[in-house]
Write a protein that binds this ligand. Structure first.
Ligand SMILES: [Zn+2]
Length: 236
């Protein structure tokens, strides 16, 4: 009886897949492999970086002289007109939360397996203003961070670093002004719980790095011992 039941279940599952095939989260074409989030083409062409193996990489170089980083890494390299851009756009503006979760799990696994990375104590995502979070329904960096946490076993907290004012437009500002502009909008709660810890700050993408820099400097000022950065993507 249970054999028949499982056959029926399989059949229904097949029919469902025929009507609603899984789409690749990178290129949005039909994924030929079932239960896979990427199509074969994207799996083979995903622009993974070597940041979990090489300490002197684009992320650490980007922040050299700005933040005393212990580790810095991006999972993917970012180019305009690429599938990475599609994924980031979907995650941020089209409600594609699962993209952040899946990429977070891949990054978390790479971090856990890396012989270069010493395991941080805590993950803190770059926060967004609560109004934006209400509107979007989630913080994309928090979704990514949760994926990293699930795969690596490192706890994540979203209550220690908050953004309490909306950032003014940064266009046309010098880098130091950008950092100053964003640093006044973040606040640390219960700093005593962060003292002496190694914190991994996570974000979706490194562009100017002003927001990441402001968050890291604030955490260091609060007594954090070591700081590392992990993002979904960074421009090469
Ligand atoms: Zn694809």
């Amino acid at each position: 009886m249970s054999k028949i039941r499982s056959k029926i279940y399989e059949l229904i599952n097949d029919m469902f897949y025929t009507i609603f095939p899984d789409l690749c989260i990178a290129c949005h074409k039909i994924s030929k492999t079932r239960n896979s989030y990427f199509c074969i083409n994207c799996i083979h062409n995903m622009p993974y970086t070597d940041h979990f193996k090489i300490s002197d990489n684009t992320v650490t170089k980007h922040f050299k002289g700005r933040i005393p980083l212990t580790h810095g890494a991006a999972l993917l390299s970012f180019r305009n007109q690429s599938n990475v851009k599609n994924m980031l756009h979907g995650l941020k503006y089209k409600g594609k939360k699962e993209t952040g979760q899946i990429l977070g799990e891949i990054a978390g696994q790479k971090l856990a397996e890396s012989s270069l990375f010493e395991k941080p104590d805590l993950i803190i995502p770059v926060p967004i203003h609560y109004k934006k979070k209400l509107l979007r329904g989630y913080n994309q960096s928090g979704i990514f961070g949760q994926g990293v946490s699930n795969a690596s076993g490192i706890k994540m907290t979203e209550s220690h670093l908050i953004k309490y004012t909306e950032t003014a437009s940064q266009t046309g500002m010098a880098r130091t002004d950008r950092v100053k502009n964003v640093s006044t909008t973040f606040q640390i709660n219960k700093p005593e719980e962060l003292v002496g810890k190694h914190i991994l700050v996570v974000d979706d993408v490194v562009t100017t790095g002003a927001t990441l820099e402001a968050c890291c400097l604030l955490l260091l000022k609060a007594g954090v011992k070591k700081i590392s950065i992990l993002t979904i993507a960074a421009a090469e």
